[in-house]
Design a binder for this molecule. Sequence first.
Ligand code: MN
Length: 200
Amino acid sequence: MLHVLPPLPYDYNSLEPFIDEETMRIHHTKHHQTYVDKLNAALGGHKEFEALDADELLKNLDRIPEDIRTAVRNHGGGHSNHSFFWPLLKKNVPFGGAVSERILKQFGSLEKFREDFSNRAALLFGSGWTWLTLDQGKLEIMTTANQDSPLSVGKTPVLGLDVWEHAYYLKYQNRRPDYIKAFFEVINWEKVNEHFYKAG
Ligand code: MN
């Protein structure tokens, strides 16, 4: 299939002041678009993978020919991760639903979860992602380097945070912890619940 950039499910300025319009515009139209373009370029001529979307490609990296595997891992990961990320962001969605109960049960409080997740995100060296995954009924915080996807190691994400500098540098410069704090103001808990139900 020809992979395409999914439209943002909101306006570029919708997450202001937590995530600024210019960052959202560049991140979506330049960074994400480039992952899509490079994934298509890598897969060009490989008709055997035409039926697979990016998530399926990442779940089956061992089936991808070696000469394009790294490109699929990086750019397919970039496409999949960002497609997952955009709908997770929305202002003014209260913490609630089944996932909130599970978070309270496992982490003790939202505050404790926020602290654990934020520490993992802040301490992640270099570029990568911080995730909350659900596997066999258990929530887990994990990180991946670069654009690696939890799907490639058999994990199912319900929440993810892009901690590449391109996600925050224009507004927050080197202050990654401030960006992480802002992220918690724009988590779309309804979407996290959707992922939680599907994964459970
Ligand atoms: Mn990004």
